[in-house]
Design a protein around this ligand. Structure first.
Ligand code: FUB
Length: 359
């Protein structure tokens, strides 16, 4: 592992164009062309560990970031992300954006999750009535992803995991949205390594086959959380993501269709669902009038970053909006990422100004 900061010139237009143009399922580490002068717009929040998939929240007047904790497990790259073999979660915090970042150490270890098999992927967190809840996807001992929940008296943990996954959950990348009326909603799902395709016909079938390009794309799931924050209050449902004509995106519409990393926030009474397009490497967003959707596609939040994955969160802090995201600036390797933050701006009509991660 190389923890030394890379020469910023190594972040190249050639690399980004390669990632954008990729229509294949190639998750090999991209080679780096030193010929251009693009600079990242922000620096890693921490550089002594690898972190990814940052879910940021403001709790008790501070920003807490719940990332994946990337490690090099020596597993070769494949299209199902087996190389992302993370084994614990750590929490980061900061009093100000741009100020010192504290790493609070291990908040939950895979050894302390009785049902877990492998791969602790992108987590999220919520606070209710003075308790803190960590939501995390991990494969069970049969290698099937579910979403677990763990509780703590502190936003930084340690968290105590429930003995079983949240009943009714499948797949990965949980995100919890607290609405202004005090309701909490859980959003989740991801295709390819995220296993949503196992449920495409309404029943479980362990098949990696995706819907055909002209069939409707697989959709993320959501449900209201129960008052205990550890159960679903209702049957999970698909989140409809529509084009401007009110039609569901097709599986082949890879610039817009859902892949993974759902996040929901509210701005001026509109609900914004943002997510990664996966193999086209963008964070895009769609808006709706309620937490259930449907959501109508609007555009791009974040253009491709260095590295295969793109994953984010959006949070308001002290009157400004921020995008937390990751890239591979430190390592140059897809599975060893570093979390970052930059300010996010809206246009007057509520649309989001697209962010270019390198300039
Ligand atoms: O970190 C593992 C996986 O990579 C996440 O769950 C996905 O969203 C992608 O970022």
């Amino acid at each position: 592992m190389n923890f030394m900061k890379m020469d910023l010139r190594l972040v190249t237009l050639a690399l980004l164009m390669t990632a954008c143009a990729s229509e294949t399922s190639d998750k090999e580490d991209a080679s780096v062309d030193e010929s251009t002068e693009l600079q990242p717009i922000s620096e890693p929040l921490v550089s002594d560990i690898f972190t990814a998939d940052p879910s940021a929240h403001v709790f008790d007047g501070k920003i807490y970031v719940y990332p994946s904790h990337d490690i090099d497990a020596g597993i070769p790259n494949d299209d199902l992300g087996t190389q992302y073999a993370m084994r614990d979660y750590r929490v980061l915090s900061m009093d100000e954006v741009g100020g010192p970042v504290t790493d609070h150490g291990v908040a939950l270890d895979i050894e302390d999750v009785p049902w877990a098999g492998r791969q602790m992927w992108a987590p999220d967190a919520a606070k209710k009535d003075g308790k803190y809840y960590l939501y995390f996807p991990v494969k069970d001992k049969e290698d099937i992803f579910h979403i677990g929940v763990a509780e703590s008296d502190s936003p930084t943990g340690p968290f105590t995991a429930e003995p079983t996954p949240i009943e009714g959950t499948i797949s990965m990348d949980p995100a919890v949205f607290e609405d202004t009326d005090g309701s909490y909603y859980l959003y989740y799902g991801g295709i390819w390594g995220g296993q949503l395709q196992y449920y495409k016909n309404g029943k479980f079938e362990k098949s990696e086959e995706q819907p055909a390009a002209d069939e409707p794309a697989l959709l993320p799931k959501m449900a209201k959380l129960g008052a205990d924050m550890k159960t679903l209050a209702e049957e999970p449902r698909d989140i409809k993501i529509l084009n401007a004509d009110g039609e569901l995106f097709k599986s082949g519409e890879t610039d817009e269709r859902f892949f993974e990393a759902a996040w929901v926030h509210k701005y001026n009474d509109k609900y914004y669902l943002s997510y990664s397009t996966g193999d086209t490497h963008k964070i895009v967003y769609a808006t709706g009038d309620n937490p259930y959707g449907p959501f109508t596609y609007q555009g791009v939040v974040l253009n491709p970053v260095q590295g295969w994955t793109n994953h984010h969160s959006i949070v308001e802090f002290k009157g400004k909006w921020y995008l937390f995201y990751h890239d591979t600036q430190i390592s140059g390797q897809n599975h060893l990422r570093n979390v970052k933050v930059t300010e996010l701006h809206y246009n007057e009509d509520g649309s989001i100004k697209t962010i270019d991660p390198y300039k």
